[in-house]
Write a protein that binds this ligand. Structure first.
Ligand code: LLP
Length: 425
């Protein structure tokens, strides 16, 4: 990420604090969040998308401080569970600036959302409509959007593509289920349909799919207008903006995206004779990802079967992304200047399976040894939020850095934490 500063002895500073100091103070593995980078990225979105509701997608990473930062910067929040929602609200996050998602919202999710008064709920299925309406207190009207599947293939991996038919999210435009749901929602006096939503997928690196989505959703808005005499005031295009995990990889620039989406929206609406709805977006990865760094200590090095394996003290329990999506990272040695030539090594974790690989065949100094510190940049999104308790290895802490100071945001999960939940025997 742009926020690191090189220091002597091949150390790196983030937020003005050397990574070696952070590793000594907080232990490893540890996740470091650059508060200024988070705030800077929020501001970049606000500039790139004027007159837009920008909801930070909490699923990328959430803790109290993160919620507080994005709220201070003027963003809303996209949540998909009572857990995310309630954590955010404990920081004073205004519920009306929160949107609730989910293809299978639990009774607890809906209870929390309605009790706290979330601004918007995005309907993902037909069966949810009556269930939600029945849960809304008499005399209230809950603002809702309908999640539409526009039939557009985009996204960095098959598992994170959600704009096409044949996956579990949303209601299809092509087979009419979206239109059917719209009619049903309009018949519910306790629901107020304010707009349409779509989320094409994640780690999308080109603008084109978003423009196609705008055209298709405006087409649906026009049909709703013809059929029901209603101009829906909101259009939420979800998130999915891709980032570079390694130098030279493509990323989606919010500025270009903002300009093109807004132009397409204005043009499509003018052509359809519709007023331009208020735009919303839900970036997660693009805000959190480049703001985080993972720190690991090397525990073992071996040459075997023609490979050099460098084993670290974390792995797939804190970063399942290489195993799930084949994502490639660029780890680097920190805190020691090595004159050894780079060699292709495979950085593996400590977990009990061969697929526990953090980075295969990456160039690192050939003299790596136990005790060395490795940093994995671009680790802020979908690492800890997808962390597991595999092998009863506690989850790493989260540390915030800014202005030369570090502070603990989330403490390391201890053996006592793990054993404390186990109340059987
Ligand atoms: N809005 C909705 C409705 C979503 O489902 C998501 C992500 C977002 C916004 C934010 O997307 P982003 O801007 O972060 O791409 N675990 C996967 C990513 C799954 C994304 C799920 N939904 C990964 O590690 O790549």
């Amino acid at each position: 990420p742009g926020s690191t500063t090189p220091l002597p002895d091949d150390d790196l500073a983030v937020g003005g604090v050397p990574l070696t100091e952070l590793a000594d103070r907080f232990g490893t593995p540890a996740y470091v969040l650059d508060e200024d980078e988070v705030r800077h990225r929020c501001r970049a979105y606000l500039r790139a998308f004027p007159d837009t509701d920008i909801y930070y997608a909490a699923k990328a990473f959430l803790c109290r401080a993160m919620a507080h930062w994005v709220q201070e910067e003027g963003l809303g929040l996209d949540v998909c569970s009572a857990g995310e929602l309630e954590l955010a609200v404990t920081t004073g996050f205004p519920p009306e600036r929160i949107v609730l998602h989910g293809n299978a919202k639990s009774p607890e999710d809906l209870r929390s959302a309605l009790r706290l008064g979330v601004g918007r709920i995005v309907i993902d299925s037909t069966s949810e409509i009556a269930r939600l309406a029945a849960a809304v207190p008499v005399g209230n009207r809950q603002k809702v959007l309908i999640r539409v599947v526009p039939g557009i293939a985009a996204g960095g991996h098959a598992k994170i593509r959600t704009g096409t038919e044949g996956q579990k999210f949303g209601l299809s435009l092509a087979d009419g289920s979206a239109q059917h749901a719209i009619t049903r929602v309009l018949g519910q006096p306790r629901l107020q349909l304010v707009g349409l939503h779509c989320h094409l997928g994640s780690q999308i690196t080109t603008v084109k799919p978003y423009l196609s989505a705008v055209r298709r959703l405006v087409g649906l808005l026009a049909r709703i207008h013809d059929q029901h005499g209603l101009a829906l005031p909101e259009l939420d295009l979800g998130g999915g903006h891709g980032i570079a995990y390694r130098p030279g990889e493509p990323a989606l620039d919010p500025v270009g995206l903002g300009v093109k989406i807004r132009a397409e929206l204005a043009g499509s609406c003018a052509a359809a004779g519709l007023p331009v709805p208020r735009l919303a977006i839900e970036p997660g990865r693009a805000i959190a990802g480049p703001s985080g760094i993972a720190l690991y200590r090397v525990l073992a090095v071996k040459q075997t079967g023609g490979h050099t394996f460098v084993a670290v003290d974390g792995g797939m329990s804190d970063n399942p992304r290489p195993a799930l999506y084949g994502v490639r990272y660029a780890p680097r040695l920190v805190g020691r200047r090595s004159l050894a030539a780079p060699a292709a090594v495979t950085v593996v974790g400590r977990h009990c399976e061969a697929g526990d690989i953090l980075a295969s065949d990456v160039p690192l100094p050939s003299d790596l040894r136990p005790g060395d510190l490795l940093a994995v940049p671009v680790a802020g999104a979908y690492h800890l939020s997808m962390a597991s308790g595999y092998n009863l290895v506690g989850r790493p802490p989260v540390v915030a850095v800014t202005g030369g100071h570090a502070r603990l945001l989330v403490r390391r999960e201890s053996l006592a934490d793990i054993q404390g939940r186990d109340v059987g025997l």
